[in-house]
Design a binder for this molecule. Sequence first.
Ligand code: ME8
Length: 564
Amino acid sequence: MCCMIPVPFRYITTPIYYVNDRPHLGHLYTSVAGDILARFYKLLGHRVKFVTGTDEHGAKVDQAARQQGLLPQEYVDVMAKAFQDLIQVAHVQTDDFIRTTEQRHHRAATALWNRLEQTGAIYLDHYAGWYAIRDEAYYDESELADGPNGKIAPTGAPVEWVQEPCYFFRLSQFQQPLLDYYRDHPEAIGPDSRYNEVISFLNSGLRDLAVSRSKMTWGIGIPGSDHVMYVWVDALTNYLTALGYPDSDGPEFQEHWKESIHLIGKDILRFHAVYWPALLMAAGLMPPKRLFAHGWWMSEGQKMSKSLGNVIDPFALIDQYGVDRVRYFLFRHVRFGQDGDFSKALFQQRCNHELADGLGNLVHRVLSFIQNRLDSVMPVWSGGAVADSEYACLHRGADVIREWASEQSSGWIHHIEEQNIYAYLESVYSGITKGNVYMAELAPWALFKLARSGDMAAEQAMRHGLCALVIFLRDVAIALWPVIPATAQSIWTQLGLPGAIQDLTGGGVESGHVTDGGSERSGQVSNIENGATAKLDAGFFSCLGADLLIDCIGQPTPLFSKDV
Ligand code: ME8
């Protein structure tokens, strides 16, 4: 029976990245995080919109263009391409890529501005104070320290004195509304430490925010003036642009926006947790549902910086080690939300241990045994019910392995709902360890010899055990797909399963059964109408691919070599 639960919508975003330089490891990190969440929800059949893009206006980009002797537009066209290339090579599947120089974005940002003016949230005045181009941020005198060449912001960025006519946004009026909002929605900011940081910032009081630059031209022009929009107001609006703002009456906009999650680095928390919801409230829109600020990657114990020459180039890393090692390490090594240190030694150690020895070995041992000893034929047992035998323990082990994924699935959803990719991977990896332990206990090579000398119980135990392992590997492939999609697909193909795991997204599978040694398990695999909960309650992971019967396994191929 299928119950009609509406399909959940999901709107996942990353920051849009400045194009003043080439992308680095940090940009890759947030984009892959978004991709993992998006792929997971797509597997559940949710209507996902996952968006990333580039932040192309502002003084910082303008300066970078001039340094190259290019017009800003020429420069950003070249640089945006590098960010688009990175998501390609990193297997990040986005549903949209926003560039702030696009016409649709101009339209959205202008519409938001007009709305803010109409509601009286913006007024013209004069700004005199400090500005850091590197951060594209205004600073109070009290926040500055003395640097070697003058005053510096808390981020270490040099600041310059700016004095110009300027539009202001009445941010000060939003202190209490924001405190009230966050009191009622403690889930709106994660992890908890970031929530606390925002509350204490709000408690310290808010001043009105300068939201235009009159001495700059590289930006979105403000209607009826010669100012351009402050680049952060321009950039934050991208989250609305991607949903078609100002056409925000339709269900597409409303449903996605209600389920919005912004993934960001902790460096830009204030812009997203204070300025952005205040701007939205002033425009009569809901704040985003959730903001998750992850930690900061260092390189070999040091801050990544051009001058130290230790900036990690994601293209080179992927080129050298392969995309899945990189994707895996970034989310397995560090709890998402905490800071991390990228060390090549630790990278190699973890990938060799967990991907080559753990996962790769298990897949290879199971499949090459079936290829060599069973002529690649799926090991089913057609001799009737499982007998009570000296192998009862192996049969019980087979049940555990076969059911592993459906046992874990509600925990996995919970982890992903909390953006706890680390716990998700930890659970999947502990399953792989269990699979390896079970393969060693099963020792099919010994059972095979006994079977050849006529021991039917041994043959039954071997076939049941291997069959459970094949089903287990299928579910491991599905569970790993959001994180290491190419490897997951390779396992899928080696198992002899048709098509692509990708085809399972969007709720395409109607219903299924798996023939498993004579006992047939029916899976209520719901279509998109039924939503994730129904699917998962029915044991989603173990029956998602269940109508895809394996007759013969494919060609076993080693997944990861250790000589990286
Ligand atoms: O701030 N570790 O763009 P940006 C982890 N355009 N993540 C890192 C990182 C590191 N070392 N370095 C960068 C901007 N990131 C604005 C955003 S959004 C409306 C406008 C990631 O190019 C992380 O997600 O400086 C961080 O928040 C983002 O890149 C900053 O990118």
